[in-house]
Structure formats: C-alpha cells, structure tokens
Design a protein around this ligand. Structure first.
Ligand code: CP
Length: 305
C-alpha cells in the first residue's frame, strides 16, 4: 500500500508515467469511465478548498467510483476532539483511498502511518501540496513540451507557499533549470529549502524583491497569493498583501512564449485583464489537476486500464 505525502516520493520516471496516463485520459476519457467501479474515495478536508477537493471528487466520479467525506473540520468529529489517527483508522473501514488536507504540517504523514488505505496529502499547512505540483507539471509539460532548460520565476509568498515548495523540489530534478525567487523580504523562501535542495544540488537561483527586473528572462512565471490564513498578525498581512499585482503593463518585457501559472485561488495578484492573454495558463492548470489526480488514484489503487 502506497501513499503520497511529498512529491519526491514519486521518481521522475513515475511522474512521466502519470503524465502519460493523464494525456491518455484526455485523449480517450471513455476508456477510463469504469476503471474505479466499486471503489470509494474519502475527501477529508480540515481546511477550505475549491479546486483540490472538487477535482479529486470529479476525478473519482469520472473513473466510475464514488466519493464520501467532509469539507470542514467543524462538520466532523474532529470538532469533538477526535484525533487525525483515529479519524483515518475509522475512514479506512469505509473508503479505499483518502485525500486529506489539514492546516497542520505533517498531519497527512501521520494519517498515512495509521490508515489501512493509501493517503494522499492534499495540502498540509505551509509545507507541501504534491497533487498541485502534479497539476503544475502537466501544465508545464503541455505548454513547453519539456522540463529541462527552463527559467522559472516564483513570485509572492514563498515562505508559506506550499505549492512553491513542492514545485521547486519537483523541478530540481531536471537539467538546466534555474529559479528566480521574487518576494518581499518577510516572505522569502525558507532557508531549509535553499540549503537542502537548491544549494545541495547546485541549482542556480536569484533572489529579488523586484519582479520586473527578472521578467525578460522567464519561461514560466508562477504567481502566488499572500495567504492571510498563515499570518499571526493582520497588520503584517495588510502591509504585504499587495506586494505584487501582475498587470499587462508589467508583462511588456516578458517573452511571447512565457507561461503564467498560479495554483489559485487568486485574490488580486493577477489582474483579470491578463485572463485573455494567451500566456495565461492558470485555468487550464486547474483542469490539468483533475486529470493528474485521476492518474494518481489509478496508480495508488493499482488499477490497470
Ligand atoms: N490550488 C489549491 O489548492 O486550491 P484550493 O485551495 O481551492 O484547493
């Protein structure tokens, strides 16, 4: 039985295999329509979500399976003090696979050690979000046709942005990838990620507070939201929330081939005026998330089509 807690638990070959499955699902969805008949997915969301929970649920329905779960801790027995360990032990009796989001870093890992079925980390605090990374990777693959030789700008909240942490880990395995880290001083990428991934692997990166200074060199621009829910101090959030707002004006020096990604939800960090720009990929990215979650469910359940 295998879970997915951190994106690095999947080898580059396995990621290539998931992308191939997702491409096959896109080409021929009917072939997969009964693949998970009789199987159930439990979505245990202790923190709000639109895309991740609903795309997991849509993924299981489109595979012919069924879904149960809860969308907030308050409607589960966690509100009465039940532990994550007990919750997943019980849910293992009702479902074949679990997708869990939790505000506490490490909660899905604990769940995976206690559950009797595979557990997928659907986001744990400011730590990891491996299935968002699968969506990001399919988007980069479909837009660029490669993972090598890319300069990737990561902009916004790089401190608490779990999607950024997982994406850096995933992309660090490919040849000649460079990162431009763009954030306010207070929201810089944690030093453990710089040390354990970027410096250890000798991956080139620059750090700046100025998005426009790096714009011309970028192949991919990954925008992120400043996350109110991760701040202890509302004044600090208010001071930093509008640090980066991408507008058509700011894209004037960008490559024609730039791909703009965002894990969403967006607040105001990408102007809606950019939505019709052919370089905007964030809604395609949300759709890609469903296909990659379908591929992942098939893999973890050992279903062959
Ligand atoms: N990208 C993402 O995780 O979105 P949700 O919070 O809506 O699931």
């Amino acid at each position: 039985m295998r879970s997915l807690i951190n994106i690095l638990e999947l080898s580059a070959e396995e990621i290539a295999g998931l992308i191939a499955t997702a491409e096959d699902i896109i080409a021929d969805p009917k072939k997969y329509a009964e693949a998970c008949h009789g199987k159930k997915l439990a979505t245990l969301f202790f923190e709000p979500s639109t895309r991740t929970r609903l795309s997991f649920e849509a993924a299981m329905y489109e595979l012919g399976g069924q879904v149960l779960g809860f969308s907030e801790a308050a409607s589960s027995s966690a509100a009465k003090g039940e532990s994550v360990s007990d919750t997943v032990k019980v849910v293992s009796c009702y479902a074949d696979i679990i997708a869990m989001r939790h505000p506490k870093e490490g909660a899905p890992l604990v769940a995976s050690m206690k559950a009797d079925v595979p557990v997928i980390n659907a986001g744990d605090g400011g730590h990891n979000h491996p299935t968002q990374t699968l969506a990001d990777l399919l988007t980069i693959w479909r837009e660029k046709g490669r993972f090598e030789n890319l300069t990737i700008g990561l902009c916004g909240d790089l401190k608490f942005g779990r999607t950024v942490h997982s994406l850096i880990a995933a992309m660090s395995r490919y040849e000649n990838v460079k990162f431009a880290l763009v954030s306010p001083e207070e929201l810089k990428l944690p030093s453990y990620i710089k040390k354990d991934i970027l410096q250890r692997k000798g991956i080139p990166y620059t750090q700046t507070t100025d998005l426009e200074s790096v714009m011309p060199e970028l192949d991919v621009l990954y925008m992120t939201r400043v996350q109110r829910e991760r701040f202890f101090n509302e004044d600090e959030y208010v001071r930093l929330k509008d640090s980066y707002i991408l507008t058509p004006e700011k894209l004037k020096t960008a490559k024609e081939s730039l791909s703009i990604l965002h894990p969403l939800p967006r607040v105001n960090e990408i102007s809606v005026a950019i939505d019709d720009d052919p370089r905007a990929c964030y809604f395609k990215q949300a759709l890609n998330g469903k296909y990659m979650r379908m591929a992942l469910i098939l893999k973890l359940l050992g279903v062959k089509v």
